[in-house]
Write a protein that binds this ligand. Structure first.
Ligand code: PLP
Length: 409
């Protein structure tokens, strides 16, 4: 430890935003480029910084806060569970697991759940299941997984191996083999890439990090038909698009498609704890046997308790309806900005990728101006501003957001 890494003034409640940021920049690795706000409280769709400024949170932690900050039902469950038991490991059963796996499987219309913690772990788990299913059930010696260009599935060495984002990849090789990339949205290219060695197709039904890219309407149905024909697993990464964000429990439902496996994360933890899962049927998840896969923290009592309550809230369909109805309102308002500093808008439900006209600045410039107007949003890929407020946002708050965006443009 260097002498400067001792207790800092930022442990006090009175430190300024500048003092916090200086300490963070000195002692936290620079693998992020955050906006200069230091948040200290959150309630519903609103967050407050250390200097008392309030912001409408239009990122919602990349959809991890779909249910809003400090949701009273989730907090009550978390507080209660904190006082009882929080971690057992999977060496023993605990009394929060049954409801979690039963209710989550039911929400997804599947048999079984593999509980994990982060999104990247869920994707890694799905990759391992797909490979093992190919080896054990289909006798494939060297299974391949087909992925899409522009994908984002997390940050592990295997996952960045099949990213085409050079910033995410460069310098992290050697890479894991066994992945084939095809253009997103092109079912013919996907059909041509399927071989007798194809174990699975792994896709985001709507690509979030790529800029909220919605594929053509016949794409996912065709991918489902092609994979089903050949016994290839379809894995829908719904970590960002799922759990009511797009007006459906899963974004892929919009296209009437049922995948073999879902990877879930982000909102599953209610913004309180990291919770992720792979959900599928017993004939696929059955390839996992004791010792083949695991996680010390996966499905821990605190995570399971919170996620069970998240699932209960989602099971009524109310948030899905809100996202669909208010999403149409948001998209109508954003559509009216096209030609006025905005060149295109994509998305579904309360999720939008807004392409900024370079004449008014980069997406980051607009995000900075929005912050000055009391709205927090994040840029992706220079030109695109991503909007994803918590799904508990009110109609008049969306109108206010649209007015701030107009001003920021
Ligand atoms: C965020 C995200 C991940 C990775 O989740 P982490 O919890 O950050 O590991 C994977 N897939 C998609 C689609 C995501 O948006």
């Amino acid at each position: 430890m260097s002498p400067t890494a001792t207790a800092s003034t930022t442990t006090t409640a009175t430190a300024s935003a500048g003092e916090h940021i200086a300490a963070i920049e000195e002692h936290a690795a620079h693998n992020y480029h955050p906006l200069d706000v230091v948040l200290t409280r959150g309630e519903g769709v609103w967050v407050t910084d250390v200097e008392g400024r309030r912001y409408l949170d239009c990122l919602a932690a990349y959809s991890a806060v779909n249910l809003g900050h400090s949701h009273p039902r989730l907090l009550a469950v978390a507080h209660e569970q904190l006082d009882r038991i929080t971690l057992t490991s999977r060496a023993f059963h605990h009394d929060r697991m049954a409801a979690f796996v039963t209710d989550l499987a039911a929400l997804a219309g599947k048999d079984m759940v593999v509980p994990m913690n982060t999104g990247a772990e869920a994707v890694e788990t799905a990759i391992k299941i797909a490979r093992k299913h190919a080896h054990d059930v289909r006798g494939i010696a060297s299974p391949e997984i087909v992925v899409a260009s522009g994908n984002f599935h997390g940050r592990t060495t295997t996952i960045v191996s099949f990213s085409d984002d050079e910033t995410a990849r460069a310098g992290f090789g050697p890479f894991t083999p066994g992945f084939v990339t095809v253009p997103f949205g092109d079912a013919d290219a996907l059909a041509a890439a399927l071989t007798p060695s194809t174990a699975a197709v792994l896709l985001e039904p709507i690509q979030g990090e790529a800029g909220v890219v919605v594929p053509p309407p016949d794409y996912l149905p065709r991918v489902r038909a092609l994979t089903a024909e050949r016994g290839v697993l379809l894995v829908a990464d719904e970590i960002q698009s799922g759990l009511a964000r797009t007006g459906y429990t899963f974004a892929i439902e919009h296209d009437g498609v049922v995948p073999d496996l879902y990877t879930l994360g982000k909102a599953l933890g209610g913004g309180i704890v990291p919770v992720s899962a792979v959900v599928g049927d017993a004939d696929v998840l059955g390839v996992l046997t004791p010792g083949t896969h695991g996680s010390t923290f996966g499905g821990n009592p605190l995570a399971a308790a919170v996620a069970t309550e998240v699932v209960a809230i989602l099971a009524t369909g109310e948030l899905q309806d809100r996202s669909r109805v208010l999403g149409a309102h948001l998209h109508a308002g954003l559509g009216a900005l096209v030609g006025d500093g905005v060149t295109a808008v994509r998305g579904r439900g309360l999720w939008a990728g807004v392409d900024i006209d370079p004449a008014v600045g980069t997406a980051r410039d607009v995000a900075l101006r929005l912050a000055a107007h009391g709205v927090l949003a994040k840029d992706t890929h220079t030109r695109t501003l991503r909007l994803a407020p918590p799904l508990v946002v009110a109609r008049d708050e969306i109108d206010w957001l649209l007015a701030q965006l107009r001003a920021a443009l």
